[in-house]
Design a protein around this ligand. Structure first.
Ligand SMILES: [Zn+2]
Length: 281
C-alpha cells in the first residue's frame, strides 16, 4: 500500500501538470456563460474575453501557492457518508469535526473553495469593485468547471485504482482539445440559486455519477483500438462520452451564469458602470 505522502505526490504531479479540463475547455466554459445571462446582466456580457483569458488563473496559482492545489478537487467517494448516503457533511467546520481537518483538506476542498469564491464575488459587487469582480468571476468559473469534471470528484482521479492510469489527461485534455470545436451549447433560461452551498454540493454528487460511464468508455475504447492510445482510441472515446461531456461542459457554463446572477442579486442588484471591464487585460 502506498503511503499518504506518495499518493499525495502522485496527485500533485498529475494535477499540477494538467490544466484541469484543459485550458480550451475552461475558456469555453467561462466565456460561454455570458450567453446565459438574463436581461438584467446584459452589460456584463463584455466580460466574456476576460472570463476566457483568466479561466485557468487558479491552475497557474498552483505553481506558486502550495495551498492552492487542494482547492481543485474533492475525493468525495473517500468518505463513508458518501458511499452510504450519497451525501457528506457540507458545513466546513462541521465536516472537520466529524472527519478530521487533516482528512478534509487532504481530500480536497473544491466545494468550500467554490463557495468562498462566490462570496468574494458578492463582496466585489457590494463594494462596486467591478474590475475585480470580473477576475473573481473568472476564478469562480474555474472552480465550477472543475466541479463538472468527474475525475476531480473521485479518489480514482487518474484511473490508478482500476488500472487505467493516465485517463485524466486522455479525457480532459487530449480528447477535449481534439473535439472542443464540435461543442455547442443550447442556451436556456437561468434561475437564481436559493442556497448556494447545498447547490454546489448537489452538482458534485450528481457529477460523481459519471465516473462509471467514463471508466467503462475508456476501457472499451482502449480494447477497440487494439490496446493502444492512438487516433482510433480518441475517436471511440469521444463517440462514447460526447453526450455527457457536452452536457457537463454546458451545465458548468450555465451554473457559472447562475452563480454570477445570484451573487449580483445578493449584493443588492448594484448598477453597472458604462465602462465595464475595459481596463482589465
Ligand atoms: Zn483546476
Amino acid at each position: 500500500m502506498k503511503t499518504n505522502l506518495t499518493r499525495y505526490s502522485i496527485l500533485f504531479v498529475v494535477l499540477i501538470s494538467l490544466s484541469s479540463w484543459g485550458e480550451k475547455a475552461h475558456r469555453k466554459i467561462n466565456s460561454s456563460c455570458v450567453e446565459f445571462f438574463p436581461k438584467e446582466l446584459q452589460q456584463l456580457k463584455v466580460w466574456a474575453p476576460i472570463l476566457a483569458d483568466h479561466a485557468s488563473d487558479p491552475d497557474q496559482l498552483k505553481r506558486t501557492d502550495k495551498n492552492e492545489f487542494v482547492k481543485h478537487f474533492i475525493d468525495i467517494d473517500i468518505y463513508d457518508d458518501f458511499t452510504k448516503k450519497h451525501k457528506i457533511v457540507e458545513d466546513f467546520n462541521a465536516a472537520c469535526t466529524k472527519y478530521g481537518k487533516a482528512k478534509v483538506i487532504k481530500n480536497g476542498t473544491l466545494p468550500w473553495t467554490t463557495d468562498s469564491t462566490y462570496h468574494a464575488l458578492v463582496h466585489d459587487f457590494k463594494t462596486g469593485n467591478w474590475d475585480h469582480a470580473a477576475l473573481t468571476a473568472a476564478n469562480l468559473g474555474h472552480y465550477v468547471g472543475d466541479g463538472f469534471m468527474p475525475l476531480h470528484i473521485t479518489a480514482n482521479y487518474n484511473g490508478q485504482l482500476t488500472s487505467q492510469n493516465g485517463i485524466h489527461r486522455r479525457y480532459e485534455e487530449t480528447m477535449i482539445d481534439r473535439y472542443i470545436d464540435k461543442v455547442q451549447f443550447k442556451i436556456s433560461k437561468i434561475h437564481k440559486v436559493n442556497k448556494v452551498q447545498p447547490f454546489i454540493f448537489n452538482y458534485l454528487y450528481v457529477n460523481n455519477s459519471y465516473i462509471g460511464l467514463l471508466l467503462q468508455a475508456d476501457q472499451q475504447a482502449y480494447e477497440q483500438a487494439g490496446r493502444q492510445y492512438k487516433d482510433s482510441y480518441y475517436e471511440s472515446l469521444w463517440g462514447k462520452t460526447s453526450l455527457f461531456t457536452i452536457k457537463l461542459l454546458r451545465e458548468s457554463s450555465k451554473t457559472l451564469a447562475e452563480l454570477i446572477y445570484t451573487a449580483w442579486i445578493e449584493a443588492g442588484r448594484p448598477k453597472m458602470p458604462e465602462s465595464q471591464g475595459k481596463s482589465i487585460k
